[in-house]
Design a protein around this ligand. Structure first.
Ligand code: NAD
Length: 424
């Protein structure tokens, strides 16, 4: 009897549901068997733990933690840990699958995983968060491991939490095991280039797409939504490559200048202004919605999910969309965008520069050697470019969008690896 997902996500505009519908479409296109479909869909392992933590006031609070290993077919599983009050097993399960496809599409020897603890880190002290991370690590000792499952930062976690995780895991093993986690501080074996890696990968993806569409970067313009880690590095690097960045935005709104924003000035302003662009005067004010509809060549949504939907897709005038954020385009917008002839470089390809450099961090930890920034950038750029070319060729071969092609590349890779390895 076919496996039935225990708790389907019903909302069609949900980014995780959008991901699953694209997975289904690509699996159908590839013509994989029903057996293979379920092998690829059902998570390999799901772990739920209760974590009693002593709070600063002496009370004991129990937190629920999850870790879902979606797949280990390509290698050890990889995926972030999020601390968020809304974390559920369903969400973690879908995000773990997303990681499988992302790693496969950029040809990294990892399966996908995700972890989460339902808590509100903004209302917790550093000591409480530290105890929570250490307790979670101990509860996951038989899950984590440099050859088994390698966590990383996600929403609500960063280098600090990864350092605690690495320390607790190392203590339990009686030796330093820095390859158990990526996204560590540099002194603990973090990698050079990780901070800018996602924005850099977005830039390589955009330039590769421009090349295919015979667009000259020096005569092209871009609008970038989100001026955080991904958006600001993408803006800086696209600007460096000659692209006129006409608009940027953050949670405070959009900033537009048709002669090009001075990205250096915008970065300096943001850094001196508590991380936001509020009050930046090198541009005229627009809304985030208006930014999406600007007549630019390249649109980079790099803020949050579900910003391009069936409601606003028709107003988009860009020639290409390069998805820096995860799930910025809902599945219901796909047909409209495709009909308009807009090329979309999908999230699982465009923002995979980050996981690529996380993989390099793990490689460096395992060989006990630190690569130079130049080496990391060159290798990451080549990996992104190769992945782009593979997806582009697949989109030509199957006459499908780049998004469907990315899923086809990923599913085909995992399915054919499974066939070689064999089952029971
Ligand atoms: P970030 O927190 O550093 O930056 C987010 C930016 O978006 C900020 O400028 C914020 O002001 C802006 N923003 C928030 N809400 C907004 C709204 N409603 N409208 C417009 N702007 C808004 O986050 P980030 O690390 O840059 O991540 C951005 C996206 O990229 C997320 O979808 C994330 O999942 C995805 N992503 C990040 C990485 C990475 O390595 N950082 C890797 C892959 C994917």
């Amino acid at each position: 009897m076919a496996y039935i997902e225990p708790a389907p996500i019903k909302d069609k505009e949900n980014p995780l549901e959008s991901m699953m519908s694209r997975f289904d479409a690509a699996a159908q296109m590839l013509g994989i068997t029903e057996e293979m479909y379920y092998i690829l869909k059902v998570p390999a392992r799901q772990v739920m733990v209760g974590l009693p933590i002593t709070m600063d006031d002496g009370s004991i609070k129990v937190f629920e933690g999850h870790r879902v290993i979606h797949s280990t077919i390509l290698g050890p599983s990889k995926g972030g840990i999020r601390l968020d009050p809304g974390v559920t097993l369903d969400e973690v399960r879908a995000l773990a699958a997303w990681m499988t496809w992302k790693c496969a599409v950029v040809d990294i020897p990892y399966g996908g995983a995700k972890g989460g603890i339902a808590c509100n880190p903004r209302e917790m002290s550093a000591g409480e968060i530290e105890r929570l991370i250490r307790a979670y690590t101990v509860a996951m000792l038989d899950v984590f491991g440099p050859d088994r499952d390698i966590p990383a930062p996600d929403m609500g976690t960063g280098p600090r939490e990864m350092a605690w995780l690495m320390d607790e895991y190392s203590k339990s093993r009686g030796m330093t095991v820095n390859a158990v986690v990526t996204g560590k501080p540099l002194v603990l074996g973090g990698s050079l280039g990780r901070t800018e890696a996602t924005g850099r990968g977005v830039t390589v993806a955009a330039l590769s797409a421009m090349d295919k569409l015979r667009m000259n970067p020096y005569r092209s313009s871009a609008a970038i939504q989100g001026f955080g880690n991904v958006g600001s590095f993408a803006a800086e690097l696209l600007h460096e490559r000659g692209v006129t960045v006409m608009a940027i935005s953050d949670v405070t709104g959009g900033y537009y200048n048709n002669r090009g924003i001075d990205i250096g000035a915008a970065l300096a302003y943001r850094n001196a202004n508590k991380g936001t662009l509020e009050g930046f005067n090198g541009a005229e004010r627009i809304t985030n919605e208006e930014l999406l509809a600007l007549p630019v060549d390249v649109l980079v949504p790099a803020a949050k999910e579900d910003v391009i939907t069936a409601e606003n897709a028709d107003s988009i005038q860009a020639k290409m969309i390069v998805e820096g954020a995860n799930g910025p385009t809902s599945a219901s917008a796909d047909d409209i965008i495709n009909e308009k002839g807009i090329m979309v470089v999908p999230d699982i390809l465009a923002n995979a520069g980050g996981v690529t450099v996380s993989y390099f961090e793990w490689v460096q930890n395992r060989i006990g050697y630190k690569w130079t920034l130049d080496r990391i950038n060159r290798r990451a750029d080549r990996n992104m470019k190769d992945a782009f070319d593979r997806v582009f060729e697949t989109s030509q071969k199957y006459k499908v969008s780049m998004r469907l092609a990315a899923y086809i590349v990923a599913i085909d890779k995992v399915a054919s690896t499974y066939k070689f390895r064999g089952g029971y």
